[in-house]
Design a protein. Sequence first.
Length: 275
Amino acid sequence: MTAVALVAVLVSAALHASWNAMLKSTADPSAAAALFVAGAAMLSGVLALALGGTLPPPSWPGVVGSGLIEAVYFVTLSQALQRLPLGTAYGLARGGGQVVTWPVSALVFHEVIDARSATGAVLVGVGLVSTVFDGGRGAGLLWAGACAFTIGLYPLSYKLALENGAHEAALFTASLLLALPLQVLFLDRNNRIARLRAALAANPRLVAVGSVLCAVSFLTFLVALERGGAGRASALRNTSVLFAAGIGWWRGDPLSTRAILAYLAIVVGAVLVAG
């Protein structure tokens, strides 16, 4: 992994945990998530136009796949955050996603898996999944598990689009524009607009900042993804759970010895994966 990719993925991890924490703090995460996506789509769309980003036809299957996966990702993420502590929801989702991404990226994109990187990936996965034992239960676990599946798939779909000539900003914009209508449909039929208005009125500054962080976190991840393997980039991005745990602790979520050991495993594993 290049130095640019390494820096990009670590910046992405920190920002990703930050906007997830902001989403967790809202009264209606599902409606707020739709607003975050709308704002991020506008920002990345302006950037794509400014940079002349394009989506050549060979990239379209990856673009459509990314949009559909993103829709399910944002819905399941908001539901998991609504039911679980931040660190628990984040840990299970990202740990489970790693289990999906790593082997599939090796098969599809022929990423080389050596003893060092494989050991690191295992440590990252074990450390992340271990966080479920600190506060996880009930329907929240099911939503987090579903979110994990999308986390495992969307780097592969994005990687497919990027390898076929998609521009990062144009790709992200198109994916979000495809995802947004499905997110809105998930809201209650009779009060969709009311919920969106209420979420915006409750804290417009939070929505604005969350949209910016969402856009920048995903765009920097795409930069890392284009310059590095999907498996390595995803494993390193999972260090975002450390930032999420710190933010959650600051917000009052408990931080047990088991969780601290799990986060240590994540750090060591991420270093090994980075190679």
